[in-house]
Design a protein around this ligand. Structure first.
Ligand code: 7PJ
Length: 286
């Protein structure tokens, strides 16, 4: 399937899969956030220069999209206020916009953050809560931004305690199908929509691998598929390594996702992921 996405003023060609590099501006992100802190005394403040250098490096390494997040959504995380999230995210969106010609995605569920992020130049809203707030849905609909609609069962602070599926693949599929219908009904055309099964969001290890194995089934939604696997516990539990050492395992899972139809790969490790995408593309054309 040859998709193209309209995101803000940008047309994004998805005839080959793209890499989305993650920049977390959260103090408690398990893999990178705390590294971007610049002052421990005043609480957490994002070091814009450091974050910008990381964005530049990601672009040099081949990322097409930079995903900026200000709310930690790892299992157990507590929500932060929209004001706090805006303070973390918006200055970085503005700085990346000024410096780099790269598509900017913002990882948020808050309508206030969505509004400010789009004003600052964000072209994709990556909402792990699938625009569940009516204001968020309205704001995205009336903008030109694209949106990534992700499946999650529960909320980050409790999602790994109790989840239940009758058939995880079918349940996630139905959820995405109905969220896509809601988005279209609000006026978001299909060339502005991306879907994501939400690896690790209210799912057992087995659920995650079932979804990875059956990812191709989600192609029948006829929308680009984004996957976020990078360094997650579905890798850590299998390779038995801490987050920083999960890159090879993450790449193995990424290649499987690509083979099953993933169009966008969200990652903390851009260079390795871009290599995997290139090898997979050569294999596909071989
Ligand atoms: C995902 C995400 C994901 C999308 C996070 C982490 C946790 N957004 N945001 N998909 N994961 N669309 O980076 O491990 O899987 S935060």
């Amino acid at each position: 399937m040859n998709f193209s996405l309209t995101a803000g003023g940008r047309r994004i060609d998805l005839s080959t899969p793209l890499c989305m590099g993650v920049i977390n501006t959260t103090p408690d992100s398990f893999s990178d956030g705390a590294e971007l802190a610049c002052s421990a005394e005043k609480g957490f403040v994002v070091d814009i220069d450091k974050a910008l250098r990381r964005a530049e490096l990601f672009v040099e390494q081949g990322a097409s999209i930079i995903d900026i997040g200000g709310e930690s959504t790892r299992p157990g995380a507590i929500r932060v206020s929209s004001e706090e999230e805006i303070n973390r995210v918006v200055p970085l969106v503005e700085a990346v916009k000024r410096r780099l010609d790269v598509c900017i995605s913002v990882d948020t569920s808050s309508a206030k953050v969505i509004k400010e992020a789009i004003n600052a130049g964000a072209e994709i809203i990556n909402d792990i809560r699938a625009l569940s707030s009516p204001e968020a849905l309205g704001l995205v609909a009336e903008s030109q931004a694209a949106v990534c609609v992700m499946h999650m069962q529960g909320q980050p602070h409790t999602m790994q305690h109790n989840f239940q599926y009758s058939d995880v693949v079918q349940d996630v599929y139905s959820f995405l199908q109905s969220k896509v219908a809601v988005c279209k009904c609000a006026g978001i055309r299909s060339d502005r929509l991306i879907v994501d099964v939400g690896f690790g969001f209210g799912k057992s290890l087995q659920n995650n691998y079932q979804l990875l194995k059956e990812l191709a089934y989600f192609r029948s939604l006829n929308l680009p598929i984004l996957v976020g696997i990078s360094r997650k516990s579905m890798i850590g539990e299998v390779v038995k390594r801490p987050t920083q050492k999960r890159v090879p395992g993450s790449i193995a899972a990424t290649v499987l996702a690509l083979e099953n139809g993933a169009n966008i790969v969200r990652t903390h490790d851009v260079a390795a992921t871009v290599d995997a995408i290139r090898v997979h593309s050569a294999y596909s054309q071989g």
